[in-house]
Design a binder for this molecule. Structure first.
Ligand code: ADP
Length: 320
């Protein structure tokens, strides 16, 4: 027995070494070679512009952490590229949209003028009708060009905003007094909730008036019978609400409603005259004041647009 002991010990030693080598090789393969080859494969895919994959190696060790950071980098890259692609797409759509919106009324004006030149219009009534159509189309073109001009200035940050400290209730009264008169002859009931909430704002009043004009103008296009305007105040913001009981906006349209040139399906809204720039301009103007604009809406019940403007402490208000 004593004779076999060294052989047994040597065999156990060799077996232990072999077992350790197997374990070491498994650890090396699973813990280092596999993730390294996954990283290699991932790097290849990224260099070929393919970012639609996910790193599978998620073990809780140093290489796992590295894979995780690598995957985060992939996601950041994907986000930036997606954003760039969306921007590029929207730029192309913008150009197509502008060309279309300018071309349509121009083609029509050209047709009517040629009709007049060719002498096909004999009676005074038709003559006047042609002139009226031409007049309407030029008003539309003018409106579109004004909107485009304003929008591009806002986009390029070239728009001058003359900020002044004003009392919110005084401002609202000034803006809405005129609106109330406009609505006296309309079938829509404009309900204005007074008193307005009282806060001090730093705003360009003309621009706030422009936002309200736009929202009330849109509401008037769609309201069945009533438009309500009211204000609220939170700790940091003054809020202006424009509510209508019109056709509403579907949940699928809401995310895009403030994008430039976005128009809700004409067959549903009957809104063929809009430029699709009004709300995009409102958004830019609200943001230029450090505020924002949002909407909540229910189809066939109506929409509520909310504009928020930051308030400033009362001691900053000096003028009366
Ligand atoms: P437009 O000048 O074409 O009216 P806007 O940017 O003002 O452009 O509005 C974008 C789209 O949102 C329009 O197509 C319009 O149909 C829809 N919309 C705006 N306001 C309302 C509202 N109060 N109720 C229903 N739809 C609205």
């Amino acid at each position: 027995m004593m004779f076999y002991l060294p052989i047994i010990l040597i065999s156990i030693f060799i077996l232990t070494i072999i077992a350790m080598m197997i374990i070491l090789s498994k650890v090396l393969t699973d813990g280092i070679l596999k993730p390294l080859s996954e990283l290699n494969y991932a790097a290849d895919r990224i260099s070929n512009g393919d970012l639609d994959f996910e790193m599978k190696y998620t073990d809780d060790n140093e290489i796992g952490k590295f894979c995780n950071e690598f995957d985060k980098m992939r996601l950041r890259l994907k986000y930036v590229l997606d954003k760039q692609n969306r921007y590029e797409k929207s730029r192309k759509e913008l150009i197509a949209s502008i060309s279309h919106d300018l071309k349509t009324p121009l083609t029509s004006i050209k047709g009517y003028i040629e009709g007049l030149q060719d002498g096909i219009v004999q009676d005074e009534e038709t003559y006047q009708r042609y002139l009226e159509v031409i007049h309407q189309k030029t008003i539309r073109l003018n409106h579109l060009i004004d909107d485009l001009f304003m929008f591009s200035k806002l986009e390029l940050n070239e728009f001058k905003i003359d900020l002044e400290n004003v009392k919110s209730d005084v401002m609202m009264e000034r803006i809405l007094k005129e609106k109330e008169i406009d609505f006296l002859n309309l079938s829509i009931d404009l309900q204005i909730e007074r008193p307005f909430k009282d806060a001090i704002l730093r705003v360009d009043e003309k621009r706030i008036s422009q936002i309200i004009d736009n929202l009330v103008g849109n509401a008037a296009k769609f309201a069945k019978s009533t438009i309500k305007i009211y204000t609220k105040k939170t700790d940091d913001y003054f809020e202006i609400y424009v509510e209508d009981d019109g056709i509403g906006i579907s949940q699928s349209d809401i995310p895009y409603i403030f994008d430039h040139f976005y128009k809700v399906d004409k067959s549903r809204t009957g809104n063929t005259l809009g430029t699709g720039l009004g709300l995009a301009i409102c958004k830019q103007l609200a943001e230029a004041h450090g505020g924002n604009i949002s909407v909540s809406s229910i189809v066939d019940k109506g929409s509520i647009f909310k504009v928020t403007i930051p308030t400033i402490p009362k001691e900053y208000y000096t003028s009366v």
